[in-house]
Write a protein that binds this ligand. Structure first.
Ligand SMILES: *Cc1c(COP(=O)(O)O)cnc(C)c1O
Length: 389
């Protein structure tokens, strides 16, 4: 298998670049040669079947992005103006943007330290208080951060108790499991992303997953401009142009067939970072919480500036000066200017993870030599003190 990647000694090392091979190329060219160019076609149908098998749900709709999938998920759950939607404060803005697209009001919940995902205890208490006040959310969007599922036993039980629907934003976690169940299969609707930096990519794309096949059928309908089956196109409601192109679905099928390999490689990269950095003193890793198996989509560390003598930003800048891309942990949504004034439950944990966190290059194309270069440059950050290992 030819892989279309090369990382010569001094070229840039990216955080999470695409991992393409001649399989994706052949699949794309076959779709192209069949002239199924426009949205929809046999590869979209097959990709949807393969995604539903892989994630253990009854049906999947292949859509144009993870963000579009989140938007449609909220539309399908009838979320609208005046409704609250609770979500994790530690996430990418797309999660919350979708909540704003339907004119609902976001409320942010802090992270737990065990997984960095939504704190189930805070959620349970806040739901209880909201029930007493008569102001329960219409839905909770739970995010699976950095390749790891949230604690769904506790979260689903708390939401079920109050009849609150759950959407799983599994954009960063395809390939992960929680109690042996695949990411994307929790809650009423699951959402995936195939953006360029995710564990597998179609260059851009997403999917909406559910055990409710009628709901997924409705997602496909809304995603194709809500055209009623009449020659003149009858429209009874507002639709969207959110379907995935057949060409991109062909790329997705080849990527999905390689997903297990991507997960194994990213987990291996995580082990190598741990072996190189865990014992130097002052570096802690995003934990793998009990009951789940992470894909290690990104390897994230927490840095103790007092012990190391330098903080995440100095290390990031030093890596950048050596053409290595590292990124801060997501800036919590309750600290974002655009969501100023939104309610937040807790927030100190996410703030601490943001202040001390750093994401290291973790792509499945990262060679052993390139990873060694990342480690060497990390340890050579001016001012960094560490125990010899
Ligand atoms: C990437 C991402 C999204 C958005 O997916 P797109 O396909 O880029 O629209 C949503 N939520 C999270 C947590 C993400 O990381």
């Amino acid at each position: 298998m030819t892989r279309f990647v090369s990382t010569p000694q001094n070229s840039r090392i990216y955080l999470s670049p695409p991992d393409m091979s001649d399989r994706e190329r052949a699949s794309l060219m076959a779709a192209f040669d069949s002239n199924w160019i426009a949205p929809l076609g046999p590869d979209v149908d097959a990709f949807e079947r393969e995604l539903s098998v892989r994630t253990g749900v009854s049906a999947a709709a292949a859509l144009s992005s993870g963000t579009a999938s989140l938007h449609l998920a909220l539309v399908l759950l009838d979320v609208g103006p005046g409704d609250q939607v609770w979500t994790s404060t530690l996430t990418f803005a797309a999660t919350v943007n979708a909540i704003r697209y339907v004119d609902a009001t976001p409320v942010f919940i802090d992270s737990e330290r065990a997984s960095w995902n939504m704190d189930p205890t805070l959620l349970r208490e806040a739901l209880h208080d909201a029930a007493v006040r008569g102001s329960l959310p219409k839905a909770v969007v739970v995010v699976d951060l950095y390749g790891q599922c949230a604690d769904y036993d506790a979260i689903l039980a708390a939401c079920e108790e109050h009849g609150v629907r759950v959407v799983e934003d599994a954009a960063e976690a395809l390939g992960a499991t929680y109690r042996d169940r695949p990411a994307g299969s929790f809650g009423a609707i699951g959402v995936l992303s195939f953006n360029g930096n995710k564990i597998m990519t179609t260059s851009g794309g997403g999917a909406l997953l559910s055990d409710d096949t009628a709901l997924v059928e409705r997602a496909r309908h809304l995603a194709s401009q809500a055209r009623q089956p009449a020659a003149h196109y009858e429209h009874e409601e507002i639709g969207y142009n959110y379907r995935l192109s057949n060409l991109l679905a062909a790329v997705g099928r080849a990527q999905l067939a390689r997903l297990d390999g991507f997960v194994e490689r990213r987990r291996e990269i995580n082990r190598t970072y741990r072996a190189a950095l865990e014992d130097i003193g002052g570096v802690a890793f995003l934990p793998e919480a009990r009951g789940g198996r992470s894909t290690c989509w990104l390897t994230c560390v927490l840095l103790d500036e007092e012990r190391l003598g330098v903080g995440p930003e100095q290390i990031r800048e030093h890596l950048e000066a050596h053409n290595i891309e590292a990124r801060p942990v997501w800036k919590p949504m309750h600290l974002q200017p655009v969501f100023r004034g939104c309610r937040v439950v807790g927030g100190a944990v996410a703030q601490d993870l943001f202040r001390r966190g750093l994401c290291l290059p973790s792509g499945s194309t990262l060679s052993e030599e390139a990873q060694q270069r990342v480690v060497d440059v990390f340890l050579e950050t001016p001012g960094l003190r560490h125990r010899e290992t």
